[in-house]
Design a protein around this ligand. Sequence first.
Ligand code: UD1
Ligand code: UDP
Length: 348
Amino acid sequence: MKKIAIIIGARPQFIKHSPVEKALAKFFDVFSIHTGQHYDSKMSEIFFQELGIRPPLFNLSIGSGSHGLQTGKMMIELESILLENRPDAVLVYGDTNSTLAGALVTSKLGIKLIHIEAGLRSFNREMPEEINRVLTDHISNFLFAPTALSVDNLLKEGVSKGVYNVGDVMCDAVLLAKDKIESAGKVEPTGEILVTLHRPYNTDDISRLLSIIEVLNELNIKIIFPLHPRTRNSLLMNKIDLSGFENIKFIDPVSYFDLIKLQLESKCVVTDSGGVQKEAYILERKCITIRPETEWEETLKNGWNTLIFNDLSELAGLIEKEPGEYLPNIYGEGDSARRIAEILNDEL
Ligand code: UD1
Ligand code: UDP
């Protein structure tokens, strides 16, 4: 059996990895390397347990740090593991520093590189993720793009070899979770709004973060807000008293099934997360995205997702606005991981 090493490190990567690992294991000897970019148990361990993901063969425990420090430390460790274990290919997901570190090391060792979630673009080079994804795409041998738009983005940059439009592996994960939740009992709507925020431009500057939280609190609708550690740390460092926001329930990060259930129960979702925008769409929940742009442009059709950034006063009106026609299956039908495994089995 050919050997594939899979690099994971941040919360959304554990979720993407869950269907992919299972599909690849039918054809390949698969092992994973956890960079340790996310390390709190509610940002990492919880997903391995809930989703039945195999424990990583290596955990680099790199932890947090500046971009250069974090990416550089990952590269040093990854290089020696790949040299020792000599996989036939290395797979990376998405656009985090773990993705870029894995991609650079793999490419320089002359090992085949597989990128899942290729071709996504925000066209905003101030986002570290945009740099990570553009660089990764340009050195990948197999580029699994989730949508036609992402294939077009690659073509415009002259990347066409090894590109496959296979749908989104997150759609596989969401549909499985939805089935599981609904078969455990009826999901009752709570009428609450689910909020997640973690982009540096919304959270690192405390006055920006507080202005968002104040607008949310003034909606006079119950809000549930699982705090990403970046956001929690920003509030803690600035000694913000969270009990002052009477309409918002701040909680720790939750498990994947819990986050999907919260979306299903909610009136709508407010977020700056890439994954949550897509999930809300797949679950047919309206989303309001606090960002100047999105990589997931398909979600914007017919008001299912709306971008707001400078003028937060638009939020109240948007919460009540009904979206138009829903276009199903824009992220695939839940079989992306299987399609990726079959293509790699033929091509590797
Ligand atoms: C990272 C990714 C981002 C992705 C997000 C998913 C990069 C550049 N960014 O952002 O693309 O959307 O993950 O959640 O790769 N921290 C903890 N405990 C943890 C992890 C982080 O306390 O387990 C805190 C640390 O203070 C750290 C901060 O969160 O400095 C940010 O973590 P980091 O992984 O650098 O970036 P994210 O904002 O999580
Ligand atoms: N998520 C979760 N628990 C939470 C918040 C998010 O399981 O408390 C899941 C969410 O359902 C989605 C993924 O984490 O699948 C999104 O990760 P995140 O928002 O951290 O990163 P992004 O997608 O923006 O890169």
